[in-house]
Design a protein around this ligand. Structure first.
Ligand SMILES: [Zn+2]
Length: 507
């Protein structure tokens, strides 16, 4: 099914600011560079920027620092709180009308999870022009939304395939004119693909590719990386670059690419066809990708339903946060992309568990060798929701073996680098004030970042939900993340009432 355009964001930002001068006092700073946390610190925000971070034992000139923190400032006393750079979802889609009531729905869930920037990889539901307009409104704080970096889907708006490389180049220039910051490829004949990619690079646009299976006999992820591709989305095309005695996956004779069950079931057997970790081709591929500077944006989270469908379907947040549109879209249906659970069993899930072990090993090795690893959620599909999906992606990087500090670096500084937003992504004086404030320590438990929090037993033996981002600050504009999440719950409840549908799992 095709996705269609949604209602744009509501005019009028409900954020406050940018504050003239705001001090976040007594916090612990996780700066996004991978460096260890430090505190207590005072993070001083002025006119949309971080003007100083003052912490005893770190600064030598405390007199000057002390002055900066007092004169005419709003001071928030935040002992026990953690401050991180705003999170970056490097593979995101603004809700199409089949996925949520309006664009605000996704924006609020993103900001409600401390996400201050998203890369819209393809503008598939809403189109390049809509998304570029929303990006401009978000940048000007005319709407309540994170920064949006729009990537146009290659060939969008065309009724015919590209006939010549020159056609493709002209289309790329046209998209840049519409406001695209990059191009999202799925595949194309090699001469066309290469020309478009080169033109994108020449115009200073980013590029990303979901390597479509139909193209893989001709083009794998290493081919496009050599042509200058910015980021490899998901995992497609990587195993194919490491086959040693065949070129095409060993599909069974009954395989049909248009059958979503076949497609996802065989995808779960893909990594097992490589020579595996430690093999020469594995190491050579990693080294080459790292030296080319190509980023990996695995979006592990979008496939976890394939290794445990029941768990994905039963995610705790669906009850309060999944809009009826998205819930319906997720349901098993051969006609919906990614809704392949009409006969999904043990054999498929076990294959996927093995697939993940190998894929995660590759991603960990890539990170270990210095590759640019980012976090993307691809939320809006396969029981995976905006905001929540990015936190789960961070948990999956933990499963892959990264340290929480490294994971936060992937979700902040690395994302900023990929999106060309180098003025954000770390907490350093002089940088744009894109950050989140949370009352729990995410290094101890990434689950505290979830909007529905983490269930924990207190000293008195009572269970309580803790966590959830408190404040999200974008360019110095302060958003109450708790309130944004409550607006989403209200919106979801109202939408269910309007359509007379129950919450998931109610009889
Ligand atoms: Zn996607």
């Amino acid at each position: 099914m095709r996705l269609s355009q949604n209602v744009p964001g509501t005019a009028g930002s409900i954020g406050k600011g940018p504050r003239k001068r705001l001090v976040l006092r007594g916090v612990t700073v996780i700066d996004g560079t991978g460096a260890p946390p430090y505190g207590p610190a005072d993070v001083v925000l002025e006119g949309g920027r971080i003007s100083a971070i003052v912490s005893p034992g770190r600064n030598t000139d405390m007199t000057q620092a002390g002055q900066r923190t007092v004169a005419g400032a709003d001071v928030w006393e935040l002992p026990g709180h953690y401050v991180l750079p705003g999170l970056i979802d490097a593979h995101a889609h603004i809700a199409a009308s089949e996925q949520g009531p309006d664009a605000d729905y996704s924006y609020r869930l993103w900001l409600g999870h401390g996400i201050t920037s998203v890369r819209e990889t393809g503008c598939l539901g809403n189109g390049t022009a809509f998304t570029a307009r929303e990006a401009r409104r978000a940048a000007a704080n005319e709407i309540t939304a994170p920064r949006i970096t729009p990537y146009a889907a290659f060939g969008a708006g065309r009724t015919e395939p590209f006939r010549t490389p020159r056609d493709a180049e002209a289309w790329v220039a046209e998209q840049a004119g519409l406001g695209a910051a990059g191009i999202k490829f799925f595949g194309a004949p090699p001469t066309i693909f290469r020309a478009a990619l080169t033109e994108a690079g020449r115009l200073g646009l980013g590029s990303a590719c979901h390597h479509a299976s139909s193209e893989l006999p001709r083009i794998n992820a290493l081919t496009t990386a050599r042509w200058g591709l910015g980021s490899i989305e998901h995992g497609y095309g990587l195993p194919e670059a490491m086959f040693t005695d065949h070129r095409v996956q060993r599909f069974p004779s009954t395989y049909n690419y248009n059958n979503e069950h076949d497609r996802f079931a065989q995808l779960g057997r893909l990594w097992q066809e490589t020579a595996g970790p430690g093999s020469r081709v594995w190491d050579d591929t990693l080294d080459e990708l790292v030296s080319l500077g190509t980023a990996l944006d695995p979006t592990f989270v979008i496939y976890t339903a394939a290794r445990d469908a029941a768990r994905a379907r039963g995610r705790e947040y669906h009850r309060d946060y999944s809009a009826p549109q998205s819930w319906e879209f997720y349901q098993p249906n051969p006609a919906n992309h990614g809704s392949f659970f009409y006969n999904w069993g043990t054999e498929e899930e076990v294959a996927w568990k093995d697939n993940y072990r190998l894929w995660m090993a590759f991603v960990r090795d890539f990170h270990q060798r210095g590759g640019l690893l980012t976090t993307g959620s691809d939320a809006g599909f396969i029981y995976n929701l905006y905001g929540f999906g990015l936190v789960e992606e961070m948990e999956l990087l933990r499963e892959a073996g990264l340290h929480p500090l490294e994971i936060i670096q992937c979700a902040t500084a690395n994302g900023a680098r990929l999106l060309g937003l180098e003025d954000t992504g770390t907490l350093e004086p002089g940088k744009t004030a894109d950050l989140l404030v949370i009352a729990e320590n995410p290094l101890a438990n990434l689950k505290v970042l979830y909007g529905h929090g983490h269930l924990r037993m207190g000293d008195a033996g009572s269970l309580a939900r803790v966590g959830g981002v408190r404040h999200t600050i974008k360019g110095g504009v302060v958003f109450d993340a708790v309130n944004l999440r409550s607006l989403v719950r209200d919106q979801v409840a109202a939408e269910r009432e309007r359509r007379a549908v129950p919450a998931p799992f109610t009889p």
